[in-house]
Design a protein around this ligand. Structure first.
Ligand code: FES
Length: 185
């Protein structure tokens, strides 16, 4: 009887050993699979989430016009520009209006026509010699400075350059309705 019990105990121990080995290899396999999954998931997640964390950017330089067009200007001239913009993975074509003017020193100045209050399109008023936003009545001087709100700041100046006989601008979008200029794309 004592001998039979010993055999039973021995058989039970084998089972325990076998189960433990299986558990060990199972756990090892699970850890390995999870590790591989995590390694593979990183580039996939980066690819999927890229448009969320990457702000729209990559706005290309756009032609505003030949320099000869602006040789004689004495007041802001409205121009429509088209440019390519990278938005996440997509390249989109956009059109925006800008105003070209010259400073008293003869330097070019290019202003966005987007009102810094809530984004309406600002108009140049030749007779009043100022810019007026038709939406809420903000007024700006010819060089874009704020004359009357509710806009919290002046019109937004844009980076520009002269290249191959053309005036070019790189359009930027700014946060609306904040006093400090902040480029959002
Ligand atoms: S959007 Fe221009 S004043 Fe409000």
């Amino acid at each position: 009887m004592e001998q039979e019990l010993s055999k039973d105990n021995l058989a039970g121990r084998k089972d325990v050993i076998i189960i433990n080995r299986r558990s060990f290899f199972g756990a090892l396999l699970a850890i390995g699979s999870a590790g591989m999954g995590a390694i593979l998931a990183v580039p996939v997640l980066r690819y999927v989430l890229y448009p969320i964390y990457a702000k729209a950017s990559g706005i290309a330089w756009a032609d505003v016009g030949d320099l000869s067009e602006f040789a004689e200007i004495s007041a802001p001239v409205r121009k429509t520009i088209t440019f390519a913009q990278l938005d996440g993975w997509r390249q989109v074509e956009s059109a925006q209006s800008v105003y070209v003017n010259r400073t008293s020193g003869g330097e070019f100045e290019v202003l966005s026509a987007i009102c810094p209050h809530l984004g309406c399109s600002v108009s140049w008023q030749k007779n009043a010699d100022d810019f007026l936003c038709p939406c809420h009545g903000s007024i700006f001087s010819p060089d874009g400075k704020l004359v009357k709100g509710p806009a919290p700041r002046g019109m937004d100046p844009l980076p520009h350059r002269v290249k191959n006989g053309k005036l070019q601008v790189r359009f930027e979008f700014f946060r609306e309705d904040v006093p400090n200029r902040e480029v959002v794309s």
